[in-house]
Design a protein around this ligand. Structure first.
Ligand SMILES: Nc1nc2c(c(=O)[nH]1)N[C@H]1C(S)=C(S)[C@@H](COP(=O)(O)O)O[C@H]1N2
Ligand SMILES: [Mo]
Length: 429
């Protein structure tokens, strides 16, 4: 590939020689300098003594002995890759921390970077003292220990969880992908299908809802339709192979794939089978959608199809012209992602991105598009289409339907602006 500056910004790159551009062979295509990265963690400029053809310093003596760190942590050079803690929810008891989406690859969120959102702090629960009570319209009310729960036949499944305030319509939208939509993460969850546990208790006639309660100080309570409980709902105790993190609901959580984050009750202690929903705080005062005509929609269960480009994205910088891979994540609460389209010209033309296999239902899906940046300003954005045919809308389309009172469920397309210096910023700001 040559870089003659005459190619259109949309010119597809050649299949070979990805890095030969503007005489810049070495160095990352996207420079660090991410907003929020700790300066101390930035790699220093390379010392020539460590570069080829010399033998680097770290080959000349043995490294750290094993056992110094029985539970591993990332390289010291990755110290800046951390959750982005909300400044608008400063109080300790109601808080959120966002996943640094722009720093991650693939679809799995490492446990230490999983987004967190809690309404009453993070309880420290001794699993030996934790119980799950199943009662209400059941033939046999039951109380389970964690050991009982782990005796049931288990399942592992990869699913995302997303907060419905990701981002809310009313707040400033921020600089990075994390600021904008960092309240989504994806993990491999292990646990027992909820239907197995409900069958153990035996449902009675009139069982239409299951009211789930958390054992935190918020006693967060949500009502789940029985159809979901008998479909893919799970009681999970593990996350990416190890037990749930306290922030994710240790020792037991309700997982409702594709449903709004708030319904995935953490620190789960009680399931009451009922005929009517509970109409709890979280389904009346909060988590309802106020429409322009003044009515409020209740029970917006599904998270609609959405996507975001994570590289290049806000706060990053393109330091060389030539080949760049555009990559990001897409997801839908209604099932699989069918297609992701990417525009590099402000939404005029759209190209179909490649999806990383396997494409899983209600899981993050990684997309990629090879791109040649010719050094001119560009506006890049992605739009997801799910298997129901639903197409991710623009912010303008959403606001036209929902009006300015809307708060939750913003799944708008998010453009990034790239200026001639390669700086990437929020395209809506
Ligand atoms: N018991 C309980 N469950 C809860 C919450 C809570 O505060 N208490 N927060 C909810 C909200 S609003 C969201 S978005 C998700 C966040 O899950 P995470 O912290 O594992 O990312 O959990 C939900 N489940
Ligand atoms: Mo949430």
């Amino acid at each position: 590939m040559t870089d003659d500056d005459t190619g259109a910004a949309t010119r597809p790159p050649s299949r070979r020689e990805f890095l030969r551009a503007s005489g810049a062979m070495a160095g990352g295509a996207v420079a660090g300098g991410l907003a929020g990265r700790a300066a101390a963690a930035e790699p220093a400029a390379p010392d020539a003594a460590n570069l080829p053809p010399n033998v680097p310093e770290w080959m000349k003596a043995p490294g750290e002995p094993m056992g110094n760190e029985p539970y591993g942590t990332p390289s010291v050079y990755e110290k800046g890759v951390v959750r982005n803690i909300s400044k608008t929810l400063k109080q300790y008891i109601s808080a959120s921390g966002r996943t640094p989406l722009q720093d991650l690859d693939g679809i799995i969120t490492p446990n230490g970077l999983f987004y967190e959102r809690h309404h009453g702090g993070v309880p420290t629960i001794d699993p030996a003292q934790h119980r799950l009570m199943v009662h209400g319209l059941v033939e046999r009310p039951l109380i389970f220990t964690m050991e009982d729960i782990r005796r049931f036949p288990s399942q592992s499944r990869i699913h995302f969880i997303e907060c419905s305030g990701n981002p809310v319509y009313t707040r400033p939208y921020g600089k990075t992908a994390s600021d904008l939509v960092g309240l989504v993460s994806c993990a491999e969850w292990t646990g027992v299908p909820l239907k197995t546990v409900l069958a153990e208790a035996g449902l009675e006639d009139g069982a239409r809802w299951v009211v789930a309660e958390g054992a935190d100080a918020a006693a967060l309570t949500r009502s789940v339709p029985i159809e979901k409980c008998l479909d893919d709902a799970m009681l999970v105790y593990s996350q990416n192979g190890e037990r749930l993190r306290p922030q994710q609901g240790y020792p037991l959580r309700l997982l409702l794939p594709g449903f709004e984050g708030n319904m995935n009750v953490k620190w789960l202690r009680r399931l009451k089978v009922t005929t009517e929903p509970a109409y709890s705080r979280e389904e009346t005062s909060k988590y309802t959608d106020l429409m322009p005509d003044g009515t409020a929609r209740e029970f917006t269960f599904h998270m609609e199809a959405k996507s975001i480009i994570t590289r290049p994205s806000g706060g990053q910088k393109l330091t060389v012209r030539g080949f760049h891979e555009i990559t990001g994540i897409a997801w839908s609460g209604h099932g699989k992602i069918a297609r992701v389209e990417v525009s590099v010209d402000g939404g005029h033309d759209w190209q179909t991105a490649e999806l990383q296999e396997p494409v899983l239902t209600r899981a993050l899906t990684r997309f990629r598009l090879p791109w040649h940046w010719n050094g001119e300003p560009a506006m890049i954005q992605s739009r997801a289409v799910d298997e129901t045919g639903y197409v991710q809308p623009t912010l303008q389309e959403l606001l036209a339907v929902r009006g300015s009172n809307h708060f939750y469920h913003n799944n708008a397309i998010w453009p990034w602006r790239i200026d001639a210096a390669g700086e990437v910023t929020n395209g809506q700001a």
